[in-house]
Design a protein around this ligand. Structure first.
Ligand code: MN
Length: 397
């Protein structure tokens, strides 16, 4: 199987530097989104990809081993060099091996498969908001607009070890793989991405088009796109005889929620059934029975009661880190106000200066609240803020 690639990376409309990096050296392709201040972000994303490429060329270990090694390289550099202390990067890599593509992934960049007009997400975001979606606290749509959607829970270079999601997919001619940083997905809806991938045949033109679309939508972040078009080498694989299989490890399987997101894509209906569809998704819903209004009304009243009780329990179980009296504080409840009523109370006020924390890009929106799973997580976030503020003082940045 041969691939034809298109790549584009752009600084966007707002940022002062492009901290994204990409790698496109057939058969190895990757994107990385660096963070940690100007120099740090650039160094982290580049060093990570250079490490993966060097180890691949030396035929050292699996793709996942190479990504783990890249984590160590970034981590050790950040310890040695104070000018890049605290840097980190996402990394989403694809290795083409015959009719399979291996994937390795950490962070909130993404890999998608575009097949038969449908866009399907292959990776899971390692973000706070994704965790909230998994726990049913917010919907996928709310996650896309959440003020803290860019807070990531896993990155390369932050700890000596990292958990890498890995997987592989079988591909056939006509398949299109998209790797991208959140500068694309934060700006352009998946429906729109699918429409562009359907409309623009040439992979380079499609990559350029996606970047200009993200810039047109505001371009608030760096944007990087790698597109791989799978081309035949004479014989055409029959996807029904060779069904696509996934082997994502450590529980990071492709989730139905993601399949649902894909179903919203506005591409043409597939002419053949998708090679893999979750069995639940294919079962048609029974038609709704009519004429049972009394039962429905009863259910509606019960539902309202449950919602009211639920709101109280929900508020009591929610935690977030925000600002109280110019200090970083831990709150219980949700960080909103409804017609003058705060839906939260301060639980712990810390001595950390909120302005100082908000000077750091990661905590710029602190006054809107960073949601936590529980009190322990809220305390962990406070610890992280404390460490980052101390780091910034030492680094003088
Ligand atoms: Mn980004």
């Amino acid at each position: 199987m041969r691939v034809r690639a298109g790549v584009a990376s752009d600084i966007g409309q707002v940022r002062e530097a492009n901290e994204d990096s990409y790698l496109a050296e057939e058969p190895l392709f990757a994107v990385a989104d660096g963070m940690g201040g100007h120099r740090g972000g650039e160094v982290a994303s580049r060093l990570a990809l250079e490490t993966v490429q060097r180890l691949f060329e030396a035929r050292s270990g699996s793709l996942t081993d190479q990504v783990e090694e890249a984590n160590r390289a970034v981590y050790e550099r950040s310890l040695r060099d104070p000018s890049v202390a605290g840097m980190g990067t996402t990394l989403t890599a694809a290795l083409v091996e015959g009719d399979r593509i291996q994937l390795a992934h950490v962070g909130d960049s993404r890999a998608y498969l575009f097949r038969d007009g449908r866009l399907r997400r292959l990776t899971e975001d390692h973000t706070l908001v994704h965790r909230m979606v998994q726990e049913g606290e917010i919907t996928e749509d709310e996650a896309e607009r959440h003020p803290h959607r860019s807070v990531i829970t896993r990155a390369l270079g932050v700890d000596p070890g990292v958990q890498v999601d890995e997987g592989s997919i079988q591909v056939a001619p006509g398949d299109r793989l998209l790797l991208c940083t959140d500068g694309l997905t934060g700006m352009v809806a998946e429906e729109r991405i699918a429409a562009i991938l359907a409309a623009v045949g040439d992979p380079q033109q499609a990559a350029d088009r996606l970047v200009s679309e993200a810039n047109g939508a505001g371009g608030v972040d760096n944007i990087t796109v790698v597109i791989l078009d799978v081309e035949g080498d004479g014989r055409r694989a029959d996807p029904l005889e060779a069904p696509m299989t996934e082997t994502l490890q450590d529980g990071a399987s492709i989730r139905d929620a993601d399949a649902g997101a894909v179903d919203r894509s506005s591409g043409p209906a597939p002419r053949r059934p998708p090679p893999v569809s979750p069995p639940r998704a294919s079962a048609p819903r029974p038609p709704v029975a009519l004429g049972r209004w009394a039962v429905r009304a009863g259910i509606a009243v019960a539902a309202i009661v449950l919602v009211l009780v639920g709101i109280r329990l929900y508020l009591d179980s929610q935690w977030f880190v925000g600002v109280s009296e110019d200090r970083v504080a831990i709150f219980r409840g949700v960080p909103v106000e409804v017609v003058g009523f705060d839906l939260h109370t301060v639980v712990v006020e810390t001595p950390i200066d909120a302005d100082e924390a908000q000077d750091l890009a990661l905590y710029r929106d602190l006054d809107e609240g960073i949601t936590a799973d529980d009190r322990e997580s809220a305390e962990a976030i406070v610890e992280q803020i404390r460490a980052d503020v101390a780091q910034a003082r030492v680094g003088g940045s």
